[in-house]
Design a protein around this ligand. Structure first.
Ligand SMILES: [Zn+2]
Length: 97
């Protein structure tokens, strides 16, 4: 069965572009592990969305035993499951500096 066209839009309020990147943190309670999504962003909004994600990340409280890693940038690719996302550490570095 062909996959449905998968369209996601940038989370920035004034932006109408399609999102190319997902900003998310790995969350774990010691057993279950999942990705907590902060934002989806287009190329233009990526660095802004990434710095906003750090603000959100700091306001997230974890209870004892929970681990929430700092935000990471993943490339959104059509037809890929979230566990196959490609992490872009190069973009993370260029957004922080
Ligand atoms: Zn955008």
């Amino acid at each position: 069965m062909p996959m449905k066209p998968y369209k996601v839009f940038c989370y920035q309020p004034s932006c109408k572009n399609l999102a190319n990147y997902k900003i998310a943190s790995r969350w774990s309670d010691g057993g279950v592990e999942e990705l907590k999504t902060y934002a989806l962003a287009c190329e233009k909004c990526l660095s802004e969305a990434f710095s906003q994600s750090f603000v959100k990340h700091k306001s997230c409280r974890t209870i004892s035993g929970e681990i929430l890693e700092p935000p990471m940038i993943f490339e959104l690719q059509k037809g890929r499951h979230s566990n196959q996302l490609v992490r872009r550490t190069d973009l993370e570095a260029s957004c922080i500096s």
